[in-house]
Design a protein around this ligand. Structure first.
Ligand code: C5P
Length: 404
């Protein structure tokens, strides 16, 4: 696989803001389209002082958008249309002002409005004077946007247009393309069916009470987002969560482990199965259809019976998919995870430590991934980044298994 192939067929909005380095964006358009991407350019007013929209239009083969309230645009909603069209947003060069606008969620021009409106990943390549780059205000803004999952490409160090030397130079277009290609998942799973379970399950005791767990579903939803980027058909079977369905993903809502099991059993021809859900191992044996009343008893017991193991069911299929399990453990992670991979006949297991602010209901996580011939550590990062890295490993191992 060449580095560029991950961009083939991707729709990229290239945002250009007002820096002397804007002229390099022209080369970037050329490189992106050569790598097979379709590019639509959005320029700020200041960018158009450095390089003409006509140049960008000619190179990209698409009209250049510049104004937020364009009367010629249907219902003047260009930012929404572009936000929906894109697979990725790349801002190069990104000025200190553009970065500040992103950190604050401002919508003063088309570029910042579409960044606020989009759900796709955003990468930016900064370009500014070295003092502006190291200024605490800029660094604080960068920390904010990194925490929200935006990817930073560069900057480089060296001679600057202002005559100074230091950090803040725009990366060379070839390097921006190489780094972006690394981030974008290759469209390797087109025509494959990928099923992901996510979230907790709720096991009802009576009409108002249930046994549940702390899973937020964030990791499973991040996996579904990453999976959709690979071109796969993604079916997300989820327990009760408060999360929006990722674009391009088919969602099936369930409440209990039994319902999740039934929903998964009904799905045929699965190529890859990822069990991210924190499925309750047991459920109350008896469901009371009226609310259980408090009594004088000092102690009450709920008898539990075992739930079906969804992963085990999938691994017993005649046409067994490539199966990835998750193991949330409070201790002895490596041993428990490896034992689980063998016992449940999985191809891969992603283990993480839970408890003490780790794992559940937070935006970051760290994973130890095991497969039969090796392992990898994915250090603490946003779940969206981790999911993309894990997806990369899954594609690699899935390819290796199928070519063996
Ligand atoms: O044994 P444990 O519950 O820790 O295993 C975790 C893995 O098994 C996860 O991938 C989870 O989604 C899956 N699982 C399942 N069905 C169950 C219990 C767990 O698919 N009933």
């Amino acid at each position: 696989m060449t580095e560029q192939t991950s961009l083939a067929g991707k729709k990229i909005v290239l945002g250009v803001s007002g820096s002397i380095a804007a002229y390099k964006a022209a080369d970037l358009v050329r490189l992106c389209t050569k790598a097979g991407a379709e590019v639509k350019v959005v320029m700020t007013q200041a960018a158009s002082e450095f390089i003409t929209p006509l140049t960008m239009q000619t190179l990209s083969g698409n009209p250049v958008a510049m104004t937020l309230l364009d009367a010629d645009e249907e219902a003047a909603m260009g930012h929404i249309k572009l936000a929906r069209w894109a697979d990725w947003v790349l801002i190069a060069p990104a000025t200190a002002n553009t970065i500040a606008g992103l950190a604050q969620g401002r919508t003063e021009d088309l570029l910042s409005a579409l960044c606020l409106a989009t759900t796709v990943p955003i990468a930016l390549a900064p370009a500014m004077n070295n003092k502006m780059w190291t200024n605490k205000a800029t660094q604080a803004n960068l920390a904010v946007i990194a925490e929200r999952g935006m990817h930073l490409l560069g900057p480089a160090s060296g001679d600057q247009a202002c005559g100074e030397q230091g950090e803040g130079r725009l990366l060379e277009p070839e390097q921006i393309l190489a780094e972006l290609s690394q981030l974008v998942l290759p469209p390797k799973l087109a025509k494959k069916r990928l099923v992901i379970t996510a979230g907790p399950t709720h096991e009802p005791i009576d009409p108002v009470r249930f046994i549940g767990n702390r899973s937020s579903g964030k990791m499973g939803f991040a996996m579904a987002t990453a999976a959709a980027e690979t071109g796969a058909e993604v079916i997300l079977v989820t327990g009760p969560v408060h999360l929006a369905t990722p674009p391009g993903v088919t969602r099936i809502d369930v409440e209990t482990a039994s319902q999740m099991h039934e929903a998964v059993e009904k799905i045929e021809s699965i190529d890859i199965f990822i069990g991210c859900a924190a499925v309750a191992d047991y459920r109350p044996q008896q469901y009371h259809d009226k609310k259980i009343k408090k009594t004088a008893e000092k102690q009450r017991e709920i008898s539990l019976i075992e739930n079906p193991d969804i992963l085990a069911g999938v691994s017993q299929r005649k046409q067994k998919p490539f199966i990835v399990g998750f193991a949330a453990e409070t201790d002895n992670i490596t041993d428990y995870a490896k034992e689980k991979m063998v016992r449940k006949q999985l191809d891969m297991i992603a283990a993480n430590q839970v408890g003490k602010g780790l794992g559940f209901a937070v935006d970051t996580n760290a994973l130890q991934v095991f497969w039969h011939q090796g392992d990898a550590v994915l250090p603490q990062a946003l779940k969206s980044h981790l999911a993309r890295e894990l997806m990369r490993l899954i594609i690699e191992r899935y390819d290796a298994k199928n070519s063996a």
